[in-house]
Write a protein that binds this ligand. Structure first.
Ligand SMILES: [Zn+2]
Ligand SMILES: [Zn+2]
Length: 270
């Protein structure tokens, strides 16, 4: 049984249309597919929701289709139309009020590091995890998206030491806040498909800290193209603490029953 709840399309920065993603999911034997457009890039949320709902009807009985959102923190948009929300930090605030995109390219990240953090990699990483903790503590979303995204370019363009004591302290503090929130964390394989990391988010060390605090995981591809819908899933299928999402209704029922997170439906902000 297969499912992926982190899927991008031509409604944001994905390569393929929603229907092309549905067809690829069927070809791969998926039982469920959740779409999760970037909130910042979604120019016409109503058209997005209408299209995903229409696909859910068209493919009813063959695959369960959910309409979610990957909400950037902070997110000023209406969250009530979505079945679930992934909360993700892609931007850091700057003194000028600009949003600094940490995951667009190594070159952009290098510019942010130089201009906003005086070249201090630890300061940038600390600012990232501070934003992550703020989002988790305040956010009314369902799934914590790639909680150590700040590592994205650190394998190819190193700017901090993941073995440093200060970094482990950041992971521990963040794991404490996530565990206290009761939220589910994704094991996100997206950086593998796109060649940035040979590893998922969160890192094995971060996953161990989260598991030690009882946090559960959901496997997610962060797919931006049809062939990536189950990217590296085989490598992470037996990660300790993965939730069984083979029964989607059961997954959502369990999520709500166990109060993993506040119910997104009816909320207007996070
Ligand atoms: Zn993301
Ligand atoms: Zn994403």
């Amino acid at each position: 049984m297969k499912a992926n709840f982190h899927t991008h399309t031509t409604f944001c920065d994905g390569r393929d249309t929603p229907e092309a993603m549905v067809r690829a999911a069927l070809a791969k034997g998926f039982d469920a597919l959740g779409f999760s457009s970037h909130s910042e890039m979604l120019r016409d949320p109503a058209a997005y929701v209408a299209e995903i709902r229409a696909l859910a009807e068209r493919y009813r009985g063959r695959i369960r289709i959910l309409c979610g959102l990957e909400a950037d923190w902070p997110c000023p948009f209406d969250l009530s139309p979505y079945d679930y929300v992934i909360g993700s930090v892609h931007f850091l605030p700057s003194p000028s009020g600009a949003r600094l995109a940490i995951d667009h390219s190594p070159e952009i990240l290098a510019g942010i590091l130089r201009d906003a953090f005086g070249g201090d990699g630890a300061a940038l990483v600390r600012a990232y995890f501070a934003a992550e903790r703020e989002m988790v503590a305040a956010g009314r979303f369902d799934i914590v998206g790639h909680p150590d995204l700040v590592r994205k370019f650190n394998a190819t363009h190193p700017f901090f030491d993941e073995g440093a004591a200060w970094y482990r302290e950041e992971l521990e503090r963040t794991a404490d806040v996530i565990a206290a929130s009761g939220k589910v964390v994704e094991v996100n394989t997206g950086a593998i498909a796109r060649g940035w990391l040979d590893d998922a988010y969160p890192s094995p060390a971060f996953r161990a800290l989260l598991r030690a605090r009882g946090v559960r995981f959901v496997l997610s591809a962060d797919a931006h193209a049809a062939e990536a819908l189950d990217g590296a899933f085989d490598r992470f299928a037996s990660v300790d603490g993965l939730l069984d999402v083979s029964d989607v209704e059961g997954f959502y029922g369990q999520r709500i029953k166990n109060s993993f997170s506040p119910l997104t439906r009816g909320r207007t902000n996070f």
